[in-house]
Ligand binder design. Sequence first.
Ligand code: SAH
Ligand code: SF4
Ligand code: F3S
Length: 446
Amino acid sequence: MISSKKIAYIETFGCQMNERDTEIMAQLLGRDGYEVTDDLDRANLVVVNTCSIRGKAEQKAMSMLGRLKHSKRKNPGLMVAVTGCVAQQEGRNIQERMAHVDLVVGPQSIYRLPELIDAIRTSGEKRTAIDQAASFAIPSLLPDSKRTSLLHKRFVTIMQGCNNFCTYCVVPYTRGREVSRPPGDIIDEVKHLVANNVREITLLGQNVNSYGQDRDDRDYPDFPTLLRKVAEIPGVVRLRFTTSNPKDLSEELMECFAELDNLSPHFHLPVQSGSDAVLKRMNRKYGIGQYLEKIEGLRRYCPEIAITTDIIVGFPGESDEDFAATMVLLEKVRYDGAYSFKYSDRPKTVSAGFDDKVPEEVKSDRLRRLQDRQQEITTERYRDCLGHIMEIMVEGESRNGEGQWSGRTGANQIVNFTGNPTLQPGQILKVRIDEACQHSLRGCLI
Ligand code: SAH
Ligand code: SF4
Ligand code: F3S
């Protein structure tokens, strides 16, 4: 039975941008009198925040929407909204294919969510809002602290969109052009968060290294300058950022790792492929030689830095030799971790029109080989930590059993340990690492 109370459920697919958008929507709905629930069956508004980065991500969101058709048959009062990158990409097509979808809202229009819902309730008509914003859409809206479980660490969006047009990628089409957020708004949001006991801040954007470059305005600092300003705010215990395109990684940004004590020694530097020929067709604008120089630079400024990456296997035309070059790259860099994906054609992208598509079995085989080898390297990197004393930030009690806690190192590795009830999430502790597992470390408090 659906009550007259306004109750919303939000399902999130995709990257940290979408997670952050979900937080913002939850806050906006909260202000509008909604209770945000984790129980889908209690809700009379369901928001599906979708991702379109690969075919599979889109299918997941679509199948959830398909299931909501039955829920709506049972509860005709249920309102269904689609947000995120599939909403932007498909617009009205979604409602044409799925009559039970009331509202489609692109990532740059989520701030209008409550107003759009009201309009549907009064008019009884469906709505679509997928305009791309020319200016930065995040109003100086401050996050509430009720929604996320990990209150000690939060994301702060510094820019929207992407101008890079890597040939495989849908993001420039779904998130629009790069728009940097005013630096004052960023600083104010970080200050507000630390005043509310947040201890770790992650600055978010698709390509944070080009922060400020879309503005002629002298008030906009470049990314290393912004990073220093945020690092100076008292109470920022750990600072992180994501994501960076290697072509824009400057020496000045590398220096920040030597200079800023609270900047966590972790760099996520997506390489995508180890072959120059493939990188060229991906329009990545760097070659492996330059990429390796950047890795060397980072390690020179910060020898303990953890480096992680993203890799696509089976990009159109990827030969056995190209793939072998990616395997060689794993040995050269010895990544602390890698996210790897099978190439997938996306709407509007240039590579969707390329010939020489790699057969599915070849992609699967390459992915497995790459993941197997990277797993070994990751475990070897974990083993390098044995016996070391490391600083961790407490995450919380873990599900591993009574008295078991987990935390994260500066490099973002998970460390499990036996704790005690006085510990608080966000607290910094020292542990000695005495076991390396497949996906985590085990340590003891000292
Ligand atoms: N802005 C980030 C990437 C965001 S998308 C960057 O440039 O690093 C996250 C990852 O998804 C990408 O790094 C890429 O590895 C993967 N990806 C993007 N498009 C893809 C596609 N069409 N098929 C498979 N993987 C893809
Ligand atoms: Fe996509 Fe490339 Fe932009 Fe990253 S830099 S979001 S991969 S277009
Ligand atoms: Fe997915 Fe859009 Fe993020 S496509 S990865 S939710 S920017």
